[in-house]
Design a protein around this ligand. Sequence first.
Ligand SMILES: [Zn+2]
Length: 88
Amino acid sequence: MADKRVSDDPRPLGSFARPEPRQENPDVPGTRTCLHCGGDRLTRIRMRTPSGRDAVFVACGACERTAWFDVAGTGVPLTADQVGGLGV
Ligand SMILES: [Zn+2]
């Protein structure tokens, strides 16, 4: 006759489904859809690369690939060399 209480945490574990904060610059080329799987549930974070470029870091919610795009770029992802600071 134990009173079982189920923990009712509304947040799923490891969720990537959190609503994205509005970004100031949604129109950087290459950041609309995932280059790898074509998914459009991307997390975009505007920041500066370790090498000093203004860029957008993109993480795909579907395949978890990540990439960097220069804000003034043409949709071609930056190479690890261009991003810099990653020990390559
Ligand atoms: Zn993807």
